[in-house]
Design a protein around this ligand. Structure first.
Ligand code: NAP
Length: 305
């Protein structure tokens, strides 16, 4: 099968190449899926799991990409919950070969059915950013209606979904980003927007929840804005600053079939709009990931077998 491979950790996305790889086989509890569309988070080339297995041994060449939508083509021994020919979408294991390929093997429990009226490209854009936003707001941030939430990077993939979900659940959303992101953030539902380069973040006053997709100084200043009893939730690594009288939490997104179902249902009924900036093919994927154009939103790779 055709796949994008990464072999050179130092080279980043420029070191990725299109190659021929053996088709993966479904192990116990796995399905093999014909990939129709795949997402990719550029930072995954800096994750240890892209280069080593769970006991730390090199596993290159590795196939990046860990979110996708496709059609089940084989069931492993003992696999239940999905059937042959079923449309499915979800997250794949960080430590296994991923989804920038014509086929992927993945544990069935990591996937959810993809309804027939949701395009594969849309399905592939939802697992990482949708689940991250959902888990940040509701599982870790314990957001309640009427609370205020600061969403950093609100025009980005995670931020745009977090903004929409938080508004739907009755929160007041302050989005942040670059000057050029203002309009897009407001269109996704932010009640107000802070241009981090030109506005003063502290002028927003205190907030119940800060969702950090940026880190560094911005994270430290955000911790100082969290009200007593509130929380700072980071998805960019261990928190470096804690609210004086609140929680600081960092996490890595996990698969959850029920949450995938909640997210895709919202896309179907129009409550949630995904944030795809660019769609490319597997043959052109490396060029797409190395484009110099500014992209706010996801690059999705359409795969045709
Ligand atoms: N822990 C997890 O499970 C998890 C899951 C998903 C994502 N993540 C991480 O979360 C981060 C965001 O992911 P994403 O997919 O939402 O990325 P994204 O689509 O690139 O969105 C990030 C947004 O924040 C903006 N931004 C970044 N730095 C900024 C700064 N200093 N000032 C103003 N705006 C800034 C970006 O603008 P520019 O594009 O102009 O920089 C972009 O609009 C990434 O680091 C990703 O690795 C973690």
């Amino acid at each position: 099968m055709k796949a994008i491979i990464a072999t050179d950790e130092a080279a980043g996305t420029t070191g990725m190449t299109l190659a021929e790889r053996p088709q993966p086989q479904a192990a116990i509890n796995d399905v093999t899926v014909e990939v129709h569309a795949s997402g990719f988070v550029p930072t995954e080339l800096s994750w240890p799991s892209t280069w080593t297995d769970r006991i730390g041994q090199r596993r290159t060449p590795s196939i990046p990409g860990h979110e996708f939508a496709g059609v089940v083509t084989a069931l492993g021994y003992g696999t239940t919950g999905l059937s042959l020919g079923q449309r499915a979408f979800g997250l794949t294991d960080w430590y296994r070969d991923g989804t920038l390929a014509e086929y992927v093997a993945v544990e069935a429990r990591n996937l959810a059915p993809l309804p027939g009226d949701v395009e594969f490209t849309v399905g592939a854009s939802l697992p990482i950013s949708g689940l991250t936003a959902w888990q940040a707001l509701f599982q870790h941030g314990r957001l309640q209606a009427g609370q205020s939430v600061l969403v950093h990077g609100a025009a980005g993939a995670v931020g745009s979904i977090a903004t929409q979900l938080a508004r739907e659940f009755g929160a007041y959303v302050i989005g942040t980003g670059r000057a050029a992101d203002r309009q897009k953030s407001l269109e996704f539902g932010a009640n107000e927007f802070v241009d981090l380069a030109n506005d003063t973040l502290e002028e927003i006053g205190s907030i119940d929840l800060a969702l950090d997709m940026i880190g560094g100084e911005i994270q430290k200043r955000s911790a100082g804005l969290v009200r007593p009893g509130g929380a700072l939730v980071s998805v960019v690594g261990p928190v470096e600053a804690r609210p004086a009288d609140g929680l600081a939490i960092d996490f890595v997104v996990e698969s959850d079939r029920a949450q995938l179902g909640e997210i895709v249902q919202r896309v179907r009924d129009g409550r949630l709009r995904t944030n795809i900036d660019h769609i490319s093919t597997l043959d052109n994927a490396v060029a797409a990931f190395n484009s110099t154009e500014r992209r706010t939103g996801k690059t999705i790779i359409r795969t045709s077998v």
